[in-house]
Design a protein around this ligand. Sequence first.
Ligand code: BG6
Length: 301
Amino acid sequence: MTELEKLQNRFGITGLARFEEGMGGLPRIALTTPAADATVYLHGAHVAHYKPAGQRGVLFMSAASQYRTGRPIRGGVPICFPWFAARAGDPDAPMHGFVRLGDWSVESIQRSGEGASVVLGFKSNSATKMSFNADFELRYHILVGPKLDLTLEVRNTGEREFSFEAALHTYFAVADSRNITIDGLQNTEYVAKSEGMQRKTQTDPLIRIDREVDRVYQNTQATCRLEDPGFGRTITVEKENSNTTVVWNPWIDKAANMADFGDEEWTGMVCIETANSAENAVHLPAGQAHRMRAVIQSTPH
Ligand code: BG6
């Protein structure tokens, strides 16, 4: 019996959850429910597709994405943990941490109302301890329904407190990034990564993409609303236990320099990331758990 067949026998649900070979031969779960369809790769616990019934897909996926062990998938919802961006003091450490590069295990799949819930897990091991010396267990709860409800649970299974950063690095599909607006972050301080790491304050009530935007908004729990007149919809991102929001669009030059991203694809995406990063890193005592949640909803106009 193949690994896929074993997973299907143990966790598959006829008509609702099917294990299949995805891009690059990587295993993925295809969820088909009355409320929404979704696909989730075990590689990185990566939600690569979410489409509420009767609507277009909500998530952007790059046509140039690699689907390979050891490489991140470009688009969808990569999970960044236990650090965000480059690791301070360790240039060889993988960007955004190692869990988006690793294989996650399936803990459960269940019908949930008109949708489905999936729980995936990842545990620290001797390899993770080489770069992050902590004992932890991650559990990622993915609720696919009229909303996409994602909770990253981090449990400290060791005997010492540790600190971590995390992000649900969500890529949204938009008709044209130059014509969208994002609200919810007015008066919030941010680190402008694309402007020499300057610390600035968001004065305009609306964020527009008119250049490379790479901003790490700190100390905000606000709901963000993404208005997309081209696709005729509003996407809301509500969150819990997240104090950082990252807004990212690479614009022309950075897109051209990314090997796994099409040169023109920056017009079709924007990232609004539910995160805890930099001064909002989480300090987790031994035996405790932290749950960061993002609830995403698309409302057609
Ligand atoms: C964003 C960062 O969250 O992720 C950017 O703020 C970064 O600086 C982007 O370029 C993409 O990162 P990666 O590792 O997936 O190419």
